[in-house]
Design a protein around this ligand. Structure first.
Ligand code: SIN
Length: 284
């Protein structure tokens, strides 16, 4: 890619998501480019940097322009790069039934069970299927802002206990988690509505599968409220569906989005992604 190539931004969804072309991440972004990309992410929640063919070292350096990459030891990673984990159509759950493991197939925000959940996630599409395998996003600012004032004021007061072990049955297939890893991750309590540290905007903060209970509320009643909010947030006017192109690096903001993987590509089709999560802060 010539160094002089112009950078162009193209809106992808009606309410969020921006594509950037003309950026070559084989070299770390300059301070100016890093600032432009971060601003585009804060303004659009999802940023897709097109057309990359880079190795894990350059990928890690590029994502470092957005914050501090984190290690998740329980997820397979690229040899020599513990921060660069992999998601593959070849992944199989430890249950041993040979079925494809689709990590993140339920609407969620990444790592909400942590005291400081990841702020951002980057996914690099090295092999993408021709059909299926899209990633969907729900804009939790917009979902929150569309609620009636009285409901927003009520939700603003609620806190939720999040656990790494999926809190509810029947929300799909997730990676088996070793008991020692679970033991090392105690529950975390976060507000149901959080304020984004960069934009100052409020957003619903929901990851249904990890939300054990709402503090002070009957468990079933809390789950019903969470379900209602998820159904509200995934309406078409709040969502964007990313159709992957090979070489896309998509970065999204977990503090104001839910997202969802789709394992709907045909048997035999391949999908291979490299993932980096970026450190976050205590949600407030
Ligand atoms: C994820 O939930 O982090 C993975 C999304 C995807 O594979 O589309």
């Amino acid at each position: 890619m010539p160094a002089t190539m112009e950078i162009s931004f193209t809106k992808l969804g009606g309410h969020m998501a921006m594509a950037v072309a003309g950026v070559d991440l084989s070299q770390p972004p300059s301070a100016d480019l890093g600032a432009r990309l971060r601003q585009a992410l804060w303004d659009n929640q999802v940023l897709c940097i097109r057309g990359q063919t880079i190795g894990p070292g350059a990928y890690l350096a590029a994502i470092s322009a957005f914050g501090e990459p984190q290690v998740r030891p329980e997820i397979p990673h690229v040899e020599g790069f513990p921060e660069v984990t992999t998601l593959s159509s070849e992944d199989r759950d430890l249950k041993g039934d040979g079925k494809r493991l689709v990590a993140g197939a339920n609407w969620h925000s990444d790592d909400t069970f942590m005291p400081r959940p990841s702020a951002l996630t980057a996914l690099y599409g090295l092999i993408v299927p021709d059909v299926g395998g899209d990633t969907q996003y729900a804009n939790m600012y917009a979902a929150y802002e569309a609620l009636p004032e009285e409901k927003r004021r009520y939700l603003d007061t609620l806190k939720v206990v999040h656990t790494m072990k999926p809190a509810r049955e029947g929300l799909g297939r997730t990676r088996s988690i070793a008991p020692e890893i679970l033991a090392a991750r105690p529950p975390s309590t976060h507000p149901l509505v959080r304020t984004h540290p960069e934009t100052g905007r409020k957003a619903l903060y929901i990851s249904r599968n990890r939300m054990d209970h709402i503090v002070g509320m009957d468990r079933a009643e809390g789950h019903a409220l969470i379900d209602e909010l998820v159904e509200h947030a995934i309406q078409p006017q709040f969502t964007y569906r990313h159709k992957w192109q090979q070489g896309d690096i998509v970065i999204w903001d977990n503090r104001c989005l839910m997202h969802k993987a789709n394992g709907d590509y045909p048997d035999g089709a391949r999908r291979f992604m490299q993932r980096i999560i970026v450190a976050g802060e205590v949600p407030v």
